[in-house]
Every structure is written in C-alpha cells, then in structure tokens.
Design a protein around this ligand. Sequence first.
Ligand code: NAP
Length: 277
Amino acid sequence: MNRLAVLGQPIAHSLSPRMQTAAFAALGIDGEWSYEAIELSPERFADGVADLRERGFVGANVTVPHKAAALAIAEQPSEAARAIGAANTLTFTAAGIRADNTDAPGLIAALPASPRGKRAVVLGAGGAARAAVWALLEAGADVEVRNRSAERGAELVADLGGRLAAPGQPLDLSSCEILVNATAVGLAKPGAEPGAAGSDLKKLGIEADGLDEHLILVDLVYGAEPTELTAAGRRGGAKVVDGREILVRQGALSFRIWTGLEPPLQAMRDAIEEQRR
Ligand code: NAP
C-alpha cells in the first residue's frame, strides 16, 4: 500500500482525504493507495514526518501551520517552494525528502484564461498571497499587491516582485483583469449565513459595481461558499474561481506528483461537493 497523509493542526476539517480517496477510487487504484489526516503540532512536525517515513509512507500534503517547516526539512525543494518560502507537498524517496508547492501552479491551472500580460491585483500578504503573487508573476502577469498591513505587503514585494499599491489609493477594478482574494476575509463566521450581505467587500476595499464580466475573480477562501465576494462576483457577471476549485487544483497536482497519473478532476470536485450536502 502507498500511504499518504495530510499533516496540519487542526486537521479534522480537511477535505483532502475525501478528495484524494475519491481520486484513487475513480482510477481503480484505491487498493494500492491510501490517504489519511494526521494532526501534528509544530513541535512534533519534524519527528512526525520522520516517523511517517519509517512507517513506509510515500508522501504527504502539508497545511497550516507547517508549510514553512515542510520546506525547511526537505533535501530537495522545488524552485517554486524555495521562492515562495513554503511547501505543501512532500514526497519521500530513497534520496531524501522532496518538497513542492502546488498552491502556485494550482492557481494558474484554475484560471479560465492565461494571465500572461494581464493586470492582476492580489489582496493579502500571507502564505497564500505569496504563492499567488509568485505564480502570477511567473506566468507573465503584471501584479499589484494590496494588504491591510503595508509593512507585510512591502516585505512580500521585496521578496518576490510585483508592485505595492500606494497607501490609501482606492482599488480601481476597471483596469484590473484578475483579482485574487488571498486574505482571510470571508472565512465562515459562526452563525452567519453563507454569502449574506455584510462588510467583507468593504474590508477589502472592493466596489461591487467593478465585479463585472471583464474580471476573473479568484477567492481562495473555502469552507464558506458562496462567500460574500464570490456571490457579488457571480451577480455582477465576473468569471469566478472559488476556493474549492483552488483546493481541487492543488490537490490534483499533488496527486500527479505522487502517482504519475492524470488526476480525475471531476471525481475530486464531486467528492468535495458531496461533503457539503
Ligand atoms: P495568513 O498568512 O494568516 O494571512 C492572512 C492575510 O489576510 C493577511 O494578509 C492579513 O492581513 C489578511 N487579513 C486578515 N484579516 C483581514 C481583514 N479583516 N481585513 C483585511 N485583511 C485581512 O493566511 P494564509 O495562509 O495566507 O491564508 C489566507 C486565506 O487563503 C485563508 O482564507 C485560507 O483559508 C485561504 N487558502 C485557501 C487555499 C485553498 O486551497 N483554497 C489554500 C491556502 C489558503 P495582515 O497582514 O494585515 O494581517
């Protein structure tokens, strides 16, 4: 059996085991591959990974809060993982640990059109924003970064490139072709109706009128779909890519790295959709 896991803390909510198990089943390889969720504290992360290797696991996805630590323990980090400073996919081989970042190419794969030459705005400056900015720049987009804390935004731009929006400058969506929400704004609030009118757009400095058909709108937030942002984007006619699709795309690329097989995207999407019913 080729054993895989997703490592995080907390991890019980993760949709990855359901999604990857459905992918194995769709290709008829569920007798050879398995995928489970394993909770590890930051203090236990390195020992926990060593333990998995001893037990014969072949790889793992890594999520919050271990993505930087996953890069640090790898003998063979990919160029993307090194540049972004985080890895979400580990592969255990006889030669050591290989670390990849599939969040970045997953975002590009999810877009309905090539970002080459397009003007993109990324909201946020955390780990998810770093992967998005790196991916969009690599793919040839012109990238502006906007973050609540200007200092963190400046750090991101100094590390990866792109431009930092001038402080206080309003977001002009008419000249933006791809808008990525890589902030935590939109995460489920206890007791709130999904997508209920609220203040998320205001927090992000977005005017709903600009969310029209000229725009590709990506919201990385998942677990609360439709978010206020994706609901407003769909109403306005924007081409919306939601957090579930981003999750599927990064998982699909991890699947390909481990199995060498073409990932069954629709089976992975269906597995996540079923969970929500
Ligand atoms: P993070 O490192 O904690 O960064 C959070 C970002 O959100 C920071 O830029 C922060 O700004 C900003 N922010 C938080 N509250 C805000 C508010 N009220 N107004 C404006 N900005 C606010 O988190 P992360 O790991 O990058 O994750 C960000 C989001 O991406 C999360 O929602 C996560 O679920 C999602 N994500 C999705 C996927 C997927 O597969 N779909 C994968 C990875 C992450 P400051 O710097 O000013 O604090």
